[in-house]
Design a protein around this ligand. Structure first.
Ligand SMILES: Cc1cc2nc3c(=O)[nH]c(=O)nc-3n(C[C@H](O)[C@H](O)[C@H](O)COP(=O)(O)OP(=O)(O)OC[C@H]3O[C@@H](n4cnc5c(N)ncnc54)[C@H](O)[C@@H]3O)c2cc1C
Length: 450
């Protein structure tokens, strides 16, 4: 069935309301820019883990841009506003038996944020990164105009936008692909005691294309698990990890498990993977008192931001990173993490580029390689100068042809950074789409934390 483009669909009440919101935002941007200040986003939630300097930046309020405008069930496409959270989007699509092709696992991650970073999850071994599931975007530029881009319309912006972290403009509306979902997901957890066998098995599972979802967890050097997920209409039972039971602990106890599709996509949110341990909510009495409504990543983010403001800790280094390593170097990177960084557990998520013939300028991933995403999020006791452990990670990732997510702290010098991220392509995009410097440059934003 023929599907309409963003430019063609402009007549429904939802689209009219979107147009009004867009006009108000454009006005707000003009006011913010009147004194030449650079512009940033004002949002209720954020999954950034680096401090943002507030001085000199005017924030525009994009909180209204969180609507699912239309779901085209025949073509399996959602027309959605850029600051819609994946929780809001999945709630709408699940009513129709559909899910976003890739659902990053924290409920407050927005679709625009996942494109601007490099969003992945356990379906990414099959469908690639979040931005590869996007067909078309409408982007607000710094001069107050909006522009539609796709593979055929303004393709330089379409292919240059992913991983630009809001430094070229903001996605206000986009079309994203969906997949059919079933009621339940059947999980199979398999234990490994040897890293080489573990990663070899992850590679084999990814090649088989038999599964809907694949990820893994390393608990320590001698205990790691692959988890495969398959959609199913029927289940003998459905486990509940939204209150008294903790999902990551179940991986060690069960070989097979069943979750509703809804609970599967949010399996990591309730305990922020395992990071909820810092708030003591993995102890049954505290969990009971917390109530299930408070057990989610949004609560933990709020507490964490508050506690950092109140009592920054001088004797620890925050090591919160997602690093993508080619499969052939995965064992070496794991050995390095276990030896030098010692943050456990570690989340492993395999992914590959969906269409190897397509190049996204700022991603820098080899389109023919299967990558392992290593997610590790904790603090390390440290008497070393600031950034010591994060710098070790950056150097090791570079040595192994890996890439590091930019949502957290980064320490690259400018020359190294632009060796990793195509400076020439970025400068051409910046000159064309943000000549007035409304948004901070990518290096300033992600490394200098301006
Ligand atoms: C513990 C932890 C684990 C994580 N694990 C994963 C993971 O497994 N998979 C995964 O995919 N991601 C993961 N992330 C990263 C997360 O997806 C990125 O940080 C993402 O950019 C957050 O999106 P957000 O909507 O919260 O945006 P924000 O945090 O609000 O913003 C992030 C950046 O994107 C820009 N931005 C936000 N919205 C837009 C928009 N509409 N248009 C243009 N630019 C925009 C902002 O300017 C900012 O620079 C993890 C993060 C944390 C903290």
């Amino acid at each position: 069935m023929q599907q309409s483009t963003i430019a063609e669909v402009n007549s429904s009440p939802e689209i009219t309301a979107y147009g009004e919101r867009r006009e108000r935002l454009i006005h707000e941007l003009a006011v913010a820019r009147a004194n030449g200040a650079s512009v940033g986003l004002a949002k209720t939630t954020s999954n950034l883990f680096r401090h943002r300097q507030q001085a000199g930046t005017k924030r525009i309020d994009v909180r209204r841009f969180h609507h699912v405008l239309h779901v085209d069930t025949a073509n399996r496409i959602a027309d959605v506003e850029g600051m819609t959270t994946y929780e809001e989007l999945a709630d709408e699509t699940l009513k129709l038996g559909l899910l976003p092709t890739v659902v990053p696992q924290l409920k407050t991650i927005t679709i625009g944020g996942a494109i601007s970073g490099l969003g992945i999850e356990s379906s990414s071994f099959k469908y690639g990164l979040v931005h590869e599931t996007v067909e078309e975007m409408e982007i607000l530029l710094g001069d107050g105009s909006t522009i539609v881009c796709s593979a055929t319309q303004n393709p330089d912006l379409f292919y240059g936008f992913p991983n630009s972290y809001g430094s070229l403009g903001y996605v206000l509306r986009l079309k994203v692909k969906l997949i059919p979902a079933k009621r339940f997901v059947r999980l199979t957890h398999a234990r490994f005691t040897d890293a080489a066998k573990f990663f070899a098995q992850v590679e084999t599972l990814c090649s088989s294309l038999k599964f809907d979802y694949i990820d893994g967890v390393v608990f320590h050097g001698g205990e790691m698990y692959t988890t495969t997920g398959e959609f199913t209409d029927d289940a003998p039972f459905a486990s509940d990890y939204t209150y008294m039971n903790v999902f990551y602990q179940s991986i060690r106890r069960r070989d097979v498990d069943y979750l509703t599709a809804h609970d599967y996509i949010w399996r990591w949110d309730t305990d922020w993977f395992w990071c909820s341990k810092h708030f003591y909510v993995q102890h049954a009495p505290v969990r009971l008192l917390a109530t299930k409504w408070l057990l989610n990543s949004k609560t933990y983010q709020r507490i964490m931001r508050l506690s950092h403001k109140v009592m920054p800790d001088a004797n620890t280094e925050s090591v919160i990173q997602d690093v993508d390593i080619p499969i052939q170097h995965a064992v070496e990177f794991l050995e390095f993490l276990l030896r030098e960084i010692k943050v456990l557990p570690i989340w492993i998520c395999p992914f590959r580029t969906y269409d190897p013939s397509v190049r996204f300028d700022l991603c820098g991933l080899d389109p023919h390689t299967l990558y392992m995403n290593f997610g590790f999020w904790d603090t390390v006791a440290s008497t070393m100068p600031d950034g010591h452990y994060n710098k070790l990670i950056e150097a090791k990732a570079m040595a192994l042809d890996g890439k590091k997510g930019l949502y957290s702290s980064a320490y690259y010098d400018e020359e190294t950074f632009w060796r990793i991220y195509d400076r020439r392509a970025y400068q051409a995009l910046k000159r064309k789409y943000d000549p007035g410097g409304c948004f901070k440059d990518l290096y300033e934003k992600t490394v200098k934390q301006m």
